[in-house]
Design a protein around this ligand. Structure first.
Ligand code: NAP
Length: 248
């Protein structure tokens, strides 16, 4: 089977580390991104310099028209995908529920829940034998927030990741007999730019004392788990979750 991988939000953070590790393991990679063209091209360049194959495609994966355009370009420029990592996600400024607007909630749900569901739909149209595919593997990037609730910080985000977990479990069962595995990782506090979105770029360093292992996580640690779940080494795992939260 061709090892063609689409990573949403592959330009920075966990997605970028996953793209680099995947290319080192023989995947031809498409890095999707929202707006940071320079970072996306930098990741592609890093992969190409190491002898790998990578392309970057801009698309907002919270919008199905853009997802359809993304997958069409991936078909044409990379080939039929065998692997999808639903990594793109967003969060908003820390707040209590009383202060959260409908717009904010909808944006989070569209990016973190509907987007991965739609990307999975278009991936299945390429992976399932009933649509001419040869099977495949999907990994969703959830969060420890799905288990913990993120009270006083961003319960809308936590709820979106809870929905992503339920989607992972359901879709895994729906396609389990058709050669497609669907799993998820649940990172805890990982050092990336993500925390600036919630209003505190130093969030991970500040909260290290609350983490049982006493430190924040690294993107390469999360990427290793994603790559394992994607690979044939995880051939009997579907609907599974790997918690990567230092014991939280
Ligand atoms: P990050 O460093 O902020 O990177 C986010 C990536 O997602 C960027 O590539 C961004 O593109 C892309 N993106 C955001 N919205 C998008 C959209 N609508 N369409 C396409 N691309 C979009 O974030 P990260 O920390 O690596 O987070 C990656 C995933 O891990 C997220 O799902 C997040 O919820 C989850 N997670 C993170 C942590 C953590 O502590 N960092 C913990 C638990 C879970 P641009 O570069 O173009 O902006």
């Amino acid at each position: 089977m061709d090892k063609n991988l689409l990573i949403t939000g592959g330009s920075r953070g966990i997605g970028a580390a996953t793209a680099v590790l995947a290319a080192a393991q023989g995947y031809r990679v498409c890095i999707n991104y929202l707006s940071d063209h320079v970072s996306a091209e930098r990741v592609c360049e890093q992969i190409r310099e190491a002898g790998g194959h990578a392309i970057a495609i801009q698309a907002d994966v919270s919008n199905e028209d853009e997802i359809i355009r993304l997958f069409s370009r991936v078909d044409a420029e990379l080939g039929r995908i065998s692997a999808l990592v639903n990594n793109a996600g967003t969060v908003a400024e820390s707040a209590r529920l009383e202060d959260m607007s409908e717009f904010r909630m909808l944006k989070i749900m569209m990016s973190n829940v509907v987007g991965p569901m739609l990307c999975s739909k278009h991936a299945l149209l390429r992976m399932l034998p009933r649509h001419g595919g040869n099977g495949g593997s999907i990994v969703n990037v959830s969060s420890a927030a799905a288990r913990l609730g993120s009270a006083g910080e961003y319960i809308d985000y936590a709820a979106s990741k809870g929905a992503l977990d339920t989607f992972t479990m359901g879709l895994a069962k729906e396609v389990a007999g058709e050669g497609v595995r669907v799993n998820a990782v649940r990172p805890g506090y990982i050092f990336t730019d993500f925390h600036a979105l919630s209003g505190d770029p130093q969030r991970v360093s500040k909260l290290e004392s609350t983490i049982p292992m006493g430190r924040g996580g690294r993107v390469d640690e999360v990427a290793e788990a994603i790559l394992w779940l994607l690979s044939d080494k995880a051939s009997y795992s579907t609907g599974a979750f790997i918690d990567m939260a230092g014991g939280r």
